[in-house]
Design a binder for this molecule. Structure first.
Ligand SMILES: Cc1cc2nc3c(=O)[nH]c(=O)nc-3n(C[C@H](O)[C@H](O)[C@H](O)COP(=O)(O)OP(=O)(O)OC[C@H]3O[C@@H](n4cnc5c(N)ncnc54)[C@H](O)[C@@H]3O)c2cc1C
Length: 405
């Protein structure tokens, strides 16, 4: 068999592996298969600039049509992979044929967790371009929306809906939803951001029922309150697309279990990348699965290197990074903020919409940073995160950026 790498999943993780294989000198065949029919597109704008109409679909392309052609990437769209035969080194397509591989990359990501409630008409999920297109059309014709889930995607949809002038309510069972990631002190600022933008929050209460239809939906809360909306957006997380692997014998547990080289457990030529991969992170000495864009990109480069250089494989030990845009806040988060034991806030007195939060772990070492509208502080603090340092070091760096009084 000629050397061939098959990549299942043509979103950011899969496409970046294909590109990195070529840029790192791989000369074998590269086949990318995706169940969607659209030319590969990027997802972060789906809740932001695509949803508000600033960016059109062709501006979301992850790779140009010319690059696909010039890099000899065999891109097969609109075909779902339904099985993996490890002994025969092949994947089976829904359309019938099997495709053999020398190396396989699993890049099948996540799908939105479905709404468990009764109503469906006017109830939206947001993961794909089709989801975003439908939501955009409905938002344009609506007067009010209830967003179920106060995480990043829910918050971004709320912000976009407000920019259209809709009445917006957000519900979440957690008292301080973003506190789960950034701690309660910073999380409360995010709640305040919703309020100052005219969004009503119903935090610390779950949803019992959603009934009705588009234009007339009722969201009954466990607190007893009932929220009315023309639309509902359900943003309650996402689940790994691993069903096609279940009978293969690969280890699946909240994602594809991989070793520190991003190889599927016990396999030498099957790799996981992006949101679907749950790999052993040598720095944390634990299995982790990360649902952020930058991780998919960085992991793709590592996987391509390891495919080309199996005897000199690199372990994958990234410092996590994510951004979010909500209202007029540009939010950037790096490192381990969720597990931190302490957090120090630094505010810029000359700009009330700018602050940084610096996190330390139990032993007092610096472990994470979050910034709002302060990219310079992020750049300076993020690069300190790959080595151990005292929290005073990033704090001094940020303080030095403040205007002198
Ligand atoms: C609305 C939205 C906003 C976001 N905003 C941000 C942000 O601001 N910052 C940030 O860091 N991250 C953000 N993210 C997360 C980021 O987009 C993801 O981390 C990234 O898309 C993960 O890429 P992936 O390639 O691993 O998986 P996915 O993007 O989930 O892609 C998986 C691909 O696999 C295909 N597939 C699945 N199963 C099969 C199969 N059996 N056969 C063939 N193809 C299959 C799917 O069609 C899909 O194209 C956002 C995500 C969403 C949905």
């Amino acid at each position: 068999m000629d050397s061939r790498t098959v990549i299942v999943g043509g979103s950011v993780g899969g496409i970046r592996v294909a590109q990195a294989l070529r840029s790192q000198g791989y000369t074998g065949e590269v086949t990318v298969i995706d169940a969607e029919t659209y030319h590969p597109y990027d997802k972060p704008p789906l809740s932001k600039s695509f949803l508000d109409g600033t960016l059109s679909y062709d501006r979301l392309y992850l790779i140009s049509e010319e690059e696909v052609r010039d890099s000899a990437i065999d891109l097969r769209l609109g075909d779902r992979v339904v099985g993996l035969d490890i002994t025969g080194s092949s994947v089976i397509l829904e359309s019938g044929p099997a495709i053999t591989f020398e190396n396989l990359v699993v890049a099948t990501g996540l799908r939105a967790r479905p709404s468990p409630w009764e109503a469906t008409d006017g109830v939206h999920l947001l993961r794909t371009l089709d989801n975003a297109q439908l939501l955009k059309e409905d938002l344009l014709g609506a007067g009010s929306v209830v967003v179920v889930g106060g995480g990043f995607i829910g918050a971004e949809v709320a912000a976009t809906a407000r920019s259209f002038g809709l009445e917006v309510a957000i519900v979440d069972p957690l008292k301080i939803p973003i506190g789960r990631v950034l701690g309660d002190t910073v999380g409360e600022r995010f709640t305040g951001l919703h309020h100052s933008n005219g969004v009503s929050t119903h935090f610390g209460t779950g949803v019992e029922r959603i009934t009705g239809a588009k234009g007339n939906l009722s969201v009954e809360l466990s607190s007893g309150a009932v929220l009315l909306g023309d639309l509902v957006v359900v943003g309650i997380g996402a689940v790994p697309n691993t069903e096609w692997l279940v009978s293969s014998g690969l280890l699946i547990d909240n994602g594809l279990i991989c070793d520190e080289y991003c190889r599927a457990a016990g396999q030498s030529n099957i790799y996981g990348v992006g949101d679907v991969a749950r790999w052993y992170h040598p720095g944390y000495q634990a299995l982790v699965r990360v649902e952020h864009w930058t991780n998919a990109v960085e992991q793709a480069a590592c996987v391509a290197h390891n495919i080309i250089n199996p005897k000199e494989s690199d372990s994958y030990s990234p410092v996590s990074y994510v951004w979010s845009d909500q209202y007029d806040w540009k939010i950037q988060i790096a490192g381990e903020t969720a597990a931190a034991s302490d957090c120090v806030l630094v505010e810029d007195p000359s700009n009330h919409a700018r602050f940084a939060a610096v996190y330390s772990n139990r032993s007092g070492s610096y472990c994470g940073v979050a910034t709002v509208n302060w990219p310079r502080a992020m750049i300076q603090c993020r690069r300190l995160l790959d080595k151990e340092s005292d929290i005073s070091i990033p704090l001094n760096l940020i303080t030095a950026l403040l205007p002198s009084v």
